[in-house]
Design a protein around this ligand. Structure first.
Ligand code: IMP
Ligand code: MG
Length: 192
């Protein structure tokens, strides 16, 4: 598996440091928000919404940086058919959590690419009238690749327009378990 990786874009230590900092930033902003509302305890109003499957690894590390009372509600998105390395458009697979009204929602994804996935989930979450919505991504590709405008409030790393794998990101379902972000060898694309 590791033989399929051409190069490391972001190593394990860099990810750990950045995730730690993102966690601190998020904790501070959420705490400020609760204080403004005179609800410092939050009473279970902070809800993280990871988008499966790519956000799984990132979310697991991120939430452990936050010592806040929070809950998790996963959502699943599937792509329309197309080749594995292209953005294909998103549709909801399964259900959206129904109890987000009045909550402080943090939508988490692995990467902001065309923006279709996060655009869709943001739109669906907003219809429930949450108290606030934040979008947090580990990676963000350049604005030229966007097909839909999405504001990501928290971004781990801005990366070039390259297809990357690892730390939750896959190629045809594989490589999610790599502890770093890497670029695949050309010959591994197509092999799966
Ligand atoms: P978007 O809807 O085009 O923004 O893409 C979002 C989804 O496409 C992400 O959640 C990823 O699952 C997948 N994706 C986009 N770019 C990459 C990449 O470089 N490597 C692996 N998956 C990617
Ligand atoms: Mg994904």
């Amino acid at each position: 598996m590791v033989a399929d990786v051409e190069s490391t874009l972001i190593d394990r230590a860099q990810i750990a440091l950045r995730v730690h900092d993102l966690g601190r930033e998020l904790a501070r902003d959420l705490q400020d928000e609760l204080k403004r509302e005179n609800d410092p305890e939050g009473h279970g109003r902070i809800v993280f919404v990871p988008i499966l499957t790519g956000a799984l690894v990132f979310t697991a590390d991120l939430i452990r940086e936050l010592s806040l009372k929070l809950s998790l509600r996963v959502v699943a998105v599937s792509s329309y058919p197309g080749t594995s390395v292209e953005s294909k458009g998103a549709k909801l697979a399964g259900e959206l959590p129904k109890d987000l009204a009045g909550k402080h929602v943090v939508i988490v994804d692995d990467i902001l690419d065309s923006g279709q996935t996060l655009g869709l989930i943001d739109e669906l979450v907003q219809t429930q009238k949450p108290a606030s919505v934040r979008i947090c991504v580990l990676l963000k590709k350049p604005p030229e690749v966007r097909k839909r405008e999405v504001k990501a409030h928290y971004v781990g790393f801005e990366i070039p327009n390259e297809f990357v794998v690892g730390y939750g990101l896959d190629y045809d379902g594989f490589y999610r378990n790599l502890p770093y972000i890497g670029v695949l060898k050309q010959e591994a694309i197509g092999k799966g």
